[in-house]
Each structure stands twice: as structure tokens, then as C-alpha cells.
Design a protein. Structure first.
Length: 421
């Protein structure tokens, strides 16, 4: 009985004690774990050094090349194309003939106008002869009228002395009346001749103008280049029959090429002041430079048109070409050029002070593209001094006090010598 109780109760207790002792031994013999050491994360960033200087903010413009001196030469009258001496795209020297119309039609018209003038001058000569004859006849009629009046006075004196009859006085008075009518008729005839002369002289002036027009048409039937020009269009061929006003050839002067671009209204006064002071802004595009020449007199909600004159390289331009330009606005003193990645909320950036980031408020003044094609954002700030290091690596969690490690000045975005006017 006792041995049985011993097996039932004592043996489990012994086993339990052994297990407890084993657990304590395992716990006491395990390696000691050191508490984790907390370290602050350091962000690697690239920086550039602040270098305030005069830089020109720029406007991006889209312009259209136009020729201000573009001439369309039309046929002066109906005629046939005899010869075409140029084609579209030809550069023509001053005085060179471009094409010729057959001179036959124009010479016939010229001779007809000359004949009209000769006829009218002959009519004037005839009128002069008639006028001289009428003037002599008028003088004779007036002399006869004077004689008739003297005769009437003589008859009246005789009647007072009762030496003449009433019928003699009546006859004398009748002769005076008839002679007065004859004088009036001669005077009216002279007036009609003068009116006819004025009419013929007017027709003669018109005929002389038509003669001059015929000579001009003959001259214009073979148009020549007034200066060095570039032929734009030649829509005719030899043998074509043209009507008056049909296009023969068109050309433009290369030095009259301008780029027309739409400018934002917000910059109108600024650009107009620059033009008024003689410091016309310069734009660049296609490897060429253009100088703003003038602004339009009218504006719209979409902006105001401006015309830019190419400074060189006009041979690379053609009317109708669309060009992207960068127009230099008046320079900003102490502007700071930074890449777009350095800006946060368009109003602040971070500089590095004692290994930590510090936010600085800035005022954006525009953008600038240097000669190497690199894009910069221009800002102003009184808190940034030359030599300050500005973070250009964009961090999504950027904040004041963030610890950073500099990986050096980023040469890829280091400011180049920007253009200042």
C-alpha cells in the first residue's frame, strides 16, 4: 500500500521538481540581450551655393514668321505670258526681270491712246480757228450796232426839227434791235465754243492719263525686282492668258521678316517701358536672336501682339514658320538661380545650417534658360547670402531640423553664368 502511494504521488512530484529546476537553469543560462540603441536617420542631399547676380527672367513665346514687305504683282491688263524667268524660292537681285507678258496688246493700247490725243488736239485747233472767226464777226456786229445807234440818234434829231417822218424813226429803231440780237447771237456762239473747248480739254486730260496708264501697263508687263527679294509664288507659265488683276508673281524682302508673337498682358507695361528707354528686350530661338521692335496698338483678353526683328540668320526663316522663343525680360538684381527641385510650394527652399535643413521664404520672379539649355527658377530673398548652401534634392518629408549629409555640390545643376542685361 505504501509503495503504491509512493509511485502514484511521489514520482510525479519528483518529475515536476526536475522540470522546474531545468527551466530555471535554462532561463539563467540564456545570453543577455542589450537594449536597442536609437539613432537619428541622416538624409543624403545635393546642394548648390547661393550666388546672387543680375539675371533676366524669361517669357516663353510662340511666334509666327511674317513678311511685312510682301508684294503681289498682278497683271496690269489682259495679256498672254510670254516668258517666265524665275521660280518659287529664287533669290533675285535688284533690277532683274521676273517675267514678261506679250507686249503686243499693250503696244496696241498705247497707240490707240496716242491717236485719241492727236484727235482731241486737232479738235482744239479747229475750235481755236472757229473762235478767232467768231471773235472777228462779233467785232463787226458790234461796229454795225454802233452805226445803227448813231443813225437812230440822227433820225431823232431830224424829227425834232420836223425833217424826218415817224416811219424813218421806226426803221432806225428796228435796225438797232436786229443788230443787238445779232451781237447777242455772236456772244452766245463764242460762249458755246469756250464750253466745247473746256469739254475737249477735259477729254484730252483723260486721254493723257489713259496714255500714261497704257505706258505704265507696258512697263508693268515685265516686272522687275526693286531690291534683293525672295520669290514667293509664280502661278503662271508661258502661254497662259491672264486677265487684268490676275496674280503673276509674288515676292518679299528678306530684311522685312518679323516674328509675330502673343505676349501676356501682365508684362505689357514692363516691356513698353523697356522699348521707350531704348533697351529693347531680346528673344532667342532656333539658335537666332530677335529684338522686340514694337507692340500692337490694340490688345485683347488673350494678350497683346508684339513683333520681333531677327538680328541675323534671316536665310533660315520663311513666312509661315512657327518658332518657340525665350524673351528676356528686364534683369532682376540679386536674383538667385535654383533648379525646380529645390522649391517647395513655390515659396520656400531649404538651406543647410550645421548639418540640418532650415526653411527660407523666397519670392519667385520667373524662370531662366541658360546657354546650355538648363532650366532655372529665379527667386529673391533677403535671408539668403552668397555662399549659403541650398538643398536641391527634393525630399517628400522635408522639414526644419531634418539632419542631412552633403554629397557635395551637384555639378549637374550648379548655376552657370546666366545672362544679365
Amino acid at each position: 500500500m505504501n509503495s503504491r502511494l509512493l509511485r502514484q504521488w511521489l514520482l510525479p512530484l519528483i518529475l515536476l521538481a526536475v522540470v522546474v529546476l531545468l527551466m530555471f537553469w535554462l532561463l539563467s543560462s540564456k545570453p543577455e540581450r542589450k537594449p536597442p540603441k536609437l539613432t537619428e536617420k541622416v538624409w543624403q542631399v545635393a546642394v548648390i551655393e547661393v550666388e546672387p547676380r543680375a539675371l533676366s527672367p524669361q517669357l516663353r513665346l510662340y511666334g509666327l514668321v511674317e513678311a511685312e514687305d510682301h508684294v503681289r504683282v498682278t497683271a496690269p491688263a489682259a495679256g498672254e505670258v510670254a516668258e517666265v524667268l524665275v521660280r518659287s524660292g529664287d533669290r533675285v537681285e535688284a533690277g532683274q526681270t521676273l517675267l514678261r507678258l506679250s507686249p503686243v496688246d499693250f503696244e496696241l493700247a498705247l497707240r490707240q491712246r496716242e491717236a485719241d490725243i492727236a484727235d482731241l488736239r486737232a479738235q482744239l485747233a479747229d475750235l481755236d480757228i472757229r473762235k478767232r472767226n467768231e471773235s472777228r464777226a462779233l467785232k463787226e456786229e458790234r461796229d454795225l450796232l454802233e452805226l445803227a445807234r448813231q443813225n437812230l440818234k440822227r433820225v431823232e434829231r431830224l424829227q425834232k426839227n420836223r425833217l424826218s417822218s415817224d416811219s424813218a424813226i421806226s426803221d432806225a429803231r428796228e435796225r438797232v434791235g436786229r443788230q443787238q440780237l445779232a451781237v447777242i447771237a455772236r456772244e452766245q456762239s463764242l460762249q458755246r465754243l469756250e464750253t466745247q473747248r473746256q469739254q475737249i480739254e477735259a477729254r484730252l486730260q483723260r486721254a493723257e492719263a489713259q496714255l500714261e496708264q497704257a505706258r505704265l501697263n507696258l512697263e508693268r508687263s515685265a516686272p522687275t525686282a526693286p531690291a534683293e527679294v525672295l520669290v514667293d509664288e509664280v502661278p503662271v507659265s508661258p502661254g497662259d492668258r491672264l486677265r487684268g488683276g490676275d496674280l503673276m508673281v509674288s515676292w518679299y524682302r528678306p530684311d522685312s521678316l518679323r516674328v509675330k508673337a502673343r505676349l501676356p498682358l501682365a508684362y505689357r507695361e514692363e516691356l513698353q517701358r523697356a522699348l521707350s528707354t531704348g533697351a529693347a528686350p531680346v528673344a532667342r530661338g532656333l539658335g537666332l536672336s530677335f529684338r522686340l521692335e514694337r507692340l500692337a496698338a490694340k490688345a485683347s483678353l488673350a494678350g497683346i501682339d508684339g513683333w520681333l526683328r531677327p538680328q541675323s540668320g534671316v536665310d533660315r526663316l520663311r513666312p509661315g514658320m512657327q518658332i518657340e522663343l525665350l524673351l528676356d525680360r528686364p534683369p532682376v538684381e540679386r536674383a538667385i538661380a535654383v533648379p525646380a527641385s529645390a522649391l517647395y510650394d513655390e515659396s520656400r527652399l531649404f538651406r543647410v545650417v550645421d548639418g540640418r535643413m532650415q526653411s527660407v521664404a523666397v519670392r519667385p520672379v520667373g524662370f531662366h534658360v541658360d546657354d546650355s539649355g538648363r532650366h532655372w527658377r529665379l527667386v529673391e530673398s533677403d535671408r539668403l547670402q552668397p555662399g549659403d548652401r541650398v538643398v536641391v534634392t527634393h525630399l517628400p518629408n522635408a522639414s526644419d531640423g531634418l539632419k542631412v549629409k552633403l554629397i557635395g555640390v551637384d555639378e549637374a545643376v550648379a548655376p552657370a553664368s546666366g545672362k544679365g542685361d
